[in-house]
Design a protein around this ligand. Sequence first.
Ligand code: SF4
Length: 155
Amino acid sequence: MIAIVSACLLGINCRYDGGNVANKGLIEVVKAGKIVPIPVCPEQLSGLPTPRKTCEIIGGDGFDVLNGKARVLTKDGEDLTEKFVRGANEVLKIARLVKADIAIMKNYSPSCGCGFIYDGSFSGKKREGFGVTSALLMQNGFKVISVEEFLHGNR
Ligand code: SF4
């Protein structure tokens, strides 16, 4: 099974703070040869630097961003919507190229969030919804699930 995977889940230091969120369970699945992972970081693919400023979706979720109804902003108000959409499209290109069977994504991220994202208040509060990349993959017919759902059958 070919799986697009949020790269930070596999220990790649691509997060906004220059770190990662390596997921032992998922790495075990990879080592066992149960999936062929294609690690991607849409925010790096967008051209944004690492480390970079944290961003949240204001006014909706990733689907709303794609529909032009919501924006992706830094805490100090810089509008990075176009970058996030560009990164999402790069991931879509990769998913099509490798004919991905599934995308396993990191929750809460404004790009990769899959079921839950931060609510746009920069206060740590979460809301239901999807990041821009997860939304674009879903819109284009890819099966997208969070790593928790993939490993444990829940979000
Ligand atoms: S954009 Fe996705 S892959 Fe990149 S650091 Fe954030 S959650 Fe991980």
